[in-house]
Design a protein around this ligand. Structure first.
Ligand code: ADP
Ligand code: MG
Ligand code: MG
Length: 882
């Protein structure tokens, strides 16, 4: 096996297709190098070595050492420097890089190869002792932290102390002597903390650093990050060893990060930040305020510092050329890292850039127009789940807002909630069903769980590429970064801004699109969908095979769904109509009656109301197919609560309160979920389904006449387990329909069933004799397959997920292995009986991209989901088909 892949000097042994083996960073460095871009030479040790290393207790495969020595010699030849040489020392970075990007989760060491001798060589050779000792202290600090386990705060304390007693405020103000002092103290601190000397042998430094990076794959935060992002623990990280270039060599040197397009809006322009006379992570760490790359960026951020475009115009032009080159080559927006060493540009990283949903849409459409990608690729580019960000409300511009602070618009969207100052507290509130706004000076990878749980994030330090900003955009959380007027007191759990003090739990609202932080709750309005959204969705619709319907039972939901592109109603639940004020009394009267006559008397009151509701829905849907489910929930759920409600029912029915009380006790159930519900109601109280059938078909007839349209109605029977249940109910529906539709030709109806019990799935072949269609009710089917109540799962589901017993919540992502197999059985057996059987899914899973993909794969005809998720389902269905 080949363990080491070299890159540099316009060549590379690897390429962009080798992410699995070289990691994203290694593959990107190889690809950029082969493209002829200015990449410092180096080599990548493969992820395979990481896996072997971690499996075999820190042992390396034989031959690796020789390969590394050989590759290092090549780097020496290309740079003209020698590793460990006291006059012209070669310095390298040792960088982690896994297959999937795991920002900040694993470790990197810069300036490796420095020791008490080589630092002098570097000083002489560069003619800049300040630079040399600055690099040395950076190296000791990173090596001390990453390899020797000395926490970084020790080093920060030393540096802060040194600055304070010498009256210095910026790192750049420290002289060579200052840095020499700091270096001494760092070394003492390392000895004090570890009992070991800082290693002076560069080869030992190198192998220690390589091992530390491989080990960092298994550190706690990396493991958590992988769990949250569904990244396999088996992939491993690669190690990249690369010749150093220096952004800290004075005012003609710099380091920066950029996106090839604006990651918030998608605008086609270089977008990013840089710092003069700085190295590596300084930009992201928020130590100094970074400068913008472009003049436009400078104006947009009201930055007082000059832009790179003004300060280093030639380098800027070169960077812009690299941007075009990379986009053309990769066909996608890139996120890049670069360093300028004494006026010369070097590229250090490229990867596909994270972006907001609206940026993703704009970039996909623009790139089709630019001829960079085709429509299919554009459809694949947008994450269906991210559309959520666009469909949800934004702050009402007319609403009154009391702005308390401004920061950078780091990730768009509006959020209101209670302020909290720790990730754990954010998580706690979220578990309690409340909204938290996480406020931190800055965030670090340890805060990921809280950022995930929070409704929005505010930081007081850091720029648009700070950890908080990048992670928030990736998660789709609204974020205001660098709101520097706010100061947080973690001890007192308060934050203050210009005299105003806010306590933990106080309400604030933030607008991640404008960078504003407001006190209290600010009302929101519906978003307007862009032209790019419409275009992309049109392409998606032309690719998908699955129909997309909506779960809706109110006029508002129906209208919203049509706006979002639903092709009909896949599930209209009639029980919501039963609960409405004004009719619940009649419904209770019906349930509590002890005879058919009593029930019919009450149902007569409900009939016209239901008919009106259905008519309204048919009017809005204008001839699109509508599937209506007959009454499903247990009678138990409609029972009156308390004395007052019992009196009300008694009065309406003309019976005594005693009678009502007795009936309530009779009807009450121990386990209503598995009780007197669904078709069991239709069989024991046929007059209920008869009333509903009549209301549906009469309403359809009225609207068909009124609007002169043909109306297709699907009457759906819930909770069927046995064929004869459906046969009995269907006979009654057909008979009622004959009367209700006498002489009516524009209304067509069929009868079908939900498949939501394992027995129904297994018996689908028989059930299909009675059913024109099946709709998989995957909420109940998941509950009944697992024997797990959705309402009670909250107390142990998190433990199950953490322990890896469930790899994901089966109520969110369809359980393909169990529930999915039952569905496949039902599809196969159902179609065997009735080849034209129509198959749909109408659980919550209909709006989840990976579940939609499964529905496509097993050959369903359609999915049905809540209105806001209709666009997600349309896009997911298209991606499944491509
Ligand atoms: P991360 O994956 O956390 O971004 P990187 O390996 O990219 O870590 O390195 C951290 C920082 O150090 C980045 O800003 C990168 O540009 C910089 N860096 C890495 N290697 C070199 C190098 N050879 N010369 C100069 N800077 C480097
Ligand atoms: Mg990086
Ligand atoms: Mg159900």
């Amino acid at each position: 096996d080949k363990y080491v892949y070299a890159f540099g000097n316009g060549k590379a042994e690897g390429d962009a297709g080798m992410r699995a083996l070289l990691g994203g960073k290694g593959a990107g460095l190889a690809e950029m190098s082969a493209l002829g871009l200015p990449v410092p030479p180096g080599f990548t040790i493969t992820t395979q070595v990481c896996t072997m290393f971690n499996r075999h207790g820190g042992q390396y495969p034989s031959g690796l050492e020789a390969d590394v020595a050989k590759s290092l010699a090549t780097v020496e030849k290309l740079t003209g420097a020698r590793f460990g040489n006291a006059n012209r020392p070669l310095l390298v970075s040792v960088r982690s890089g896994a297959r999937a990007s795991m920002p900040g989760m694993m470790d990197t060491v810069l300036n490796l190869g420095l020791n008490d001798q080589t630092v002098r060589g570097l000083a002489t050779q560069s003619g800049d002792p300040r630079f040399a000792y600055d690099s040395y202290r950076r190296f000791i600090q990173m090596f001390g932290d990453v390899v020797m386990g000395v926490d970084h705060h020790h080093f920060e304390d030393i540096l802060d102390h040194h600055k304070k007693i010498n009256g210095l405020s910026l790192d750049t103000e420290l002289s060579a002597h200052d840095w020499q002092d700091v270096v001494c103290e760092y070394k003492l601190k390392i000895h004090e903390q570890t009992g070991r000397d800082f290693p002076q042998d560069p080869r030992m430094q190198l192998w220690d650093a390589i091992s530390a990076v491989f080990r960092s794959w298994s550190n706690a935060r990396a493991v958590t990050y992988r769990r949250l992002n569904n990244i396999s623990h088996d992939w491993g990280t690669a190690v990249n060893v690369q010749a150093m270039v220096f952004g800290n060599m004075g005012d003609d040197s710099a380091t920066g990060v950029a996106f090839t397009r604006d990651p918030a809006t998608g605008e086609n322009a270089l977008y990013g930040e840089y710092l003069v006379n700085a190295q590596g992570e300084d930009v992201v760490a928020g130590i100094r305020t970074p400068q913008q790359l472009t003049v436009a960026g400078k104006l947009a951020h009201r930055s007082k510092l000059p832009a790179m475009e003004e300060v280093m115009p030639e380098v800027f032009q070169e960077l812009n050329a690299v941007r075009h080159n990379l986009e053309k080559h990769y066909g996608d927006m890139q996120d890049i890292e670069f360093t300028v060493q004494r006026g010369k540009l070097y590229m250090l990283q490229t990867r596909v850039g994270k972006r907001t949903a609206s940026a993703a849409l704009k970039i996909a459409c623009d790139m089709v127009d630019e001829g960079v990608i085709n429509e299919d690729q554009a459809v694949m580019r947008v994450d269906p789940g991210s559309l959520n960000q666009l469909l949800h409300p934004t702050l009402d511009p007319k609403a009154e807002r009391q702005i308390i602070a401004r920061g950078l618009p780091a990730s768009p969207g509006a959020a209101s909630g209670q302020i909290v100052f720790s990730a754990d507290e954010a998580e706690r509130l979220a578990h309690a069903g409340q909204k938290a706004i996480l406020c931190r000076a800055e965030t670090s990878p340890e805060d990921i769980h809280g950022m995930h749980a929070a409704a929005g994030i505010v930081t007081t330090r850091g720029g648009m590429t700070s950890h908080a900003a990048v992670v928030a955009r990736g998660m789709g959380r609204p974020c205001v970064a660098g709101a520097s007027e706010i100061s947080i007191d973690y001890k007192a759990n308060t934050m203050s801004v210009r005299g105003l003090v806010l306590n933990e739990g106080d309400l604030v609202t933030l607008d991640g699109g404008s960078g504003e932080v407001m006190s209290g709750h600010v009302p929101t309005i519906d978003p307007e969908l862009s032209g790019d959204f419409t275009r992309l969705m049109r392409w998606a619709d032309s690719k998908r095979k699955l129909g997309v319907l909506v779960n809706a039972d109110t006029p508002e939901d129906c209208r919203k769904a049509l706006e979002f592109g639903a092709e009909g109603i896949g599930l209209c639940r009639t029980e919501h109509m039963f609960f409405e004020a004004g009719r619940i009394v009649a419904v209770r009267e019906m349930i509590l009656a002890n005879s058919e006559t009593g029930r019919r008397k009450a149902l007569k009151k409900v009939l016209p109301m239901q008919r009106d509701d259905f008519a309204e829905i048919f009017r809005i849907m204008r001839g699109l197919p509508v599937t209506i489910r007959l009454l499903d929930p247990p009678l138990h759920e409609f029972l009156p609560h308390g004395e007052a409600e019992m009196h009300e029912v008694a009065d309406a029915a003309g019976v005594s309160v005693e009678f009502v009380r007795e009936r309530v006790i009779k009807v009450r159930e121990v386990n209503p979920m598995l009780g007197h519900r669904g078709c069991r109601l239709g069989i024991t109280y046929p007059e209920v389904y008869e009333m509903q059938t009549r209301a549906i078909l009469e309403a359809a007839a009225t609207v068909a006449k009124e609007a002169d349209v043909e109306i297709e109605v699907e009457i759906m029977i819930p909770f069927v387990a046995v064929e004869s249940e459906l046969r009995i109910v269907k006979e009654h529906v057909d008979q009622t329909a004959k009367e209700a539709l006498a002489g009516e030709h524009k209304v067509h109806y069929v009868v079908g069933t939900m498949i939501e019990l394992p027995r129904a799935a297994l018996n689908a072949g028989k059930i299909a004799r009675q059913a024109h269609f099946f709709s998989f009710g995957t909420n109940d089917l998941t509950q009944t397959t697992f024997g797990l109540s959705r309402d009670d799962a909250g107390s142990f589901l998190p433990t199950y997920e953490n322990r890896g017993i469930f790899d994901k919540d089966p109520f969110v992502h369809l359980d393909v292995e169990g529930v999915g197999e039952l569905m496949q059985i039902a599809v196969e057996r159902g179609r065997k009986t009735r080849p034209d059987l129509k198959l749909c899914l109408c659980g919550e899973h209909g709006g989840d991209a990976e579940s939609v993909n499964f529905c496509h794969e097993i050959g369903l005809d359609c999915v049905s989901c809540s209105p806001y998720r209709v666009p997600i389902a349309r896009l997911a269905a298209a991606q499944a088909a491509l």
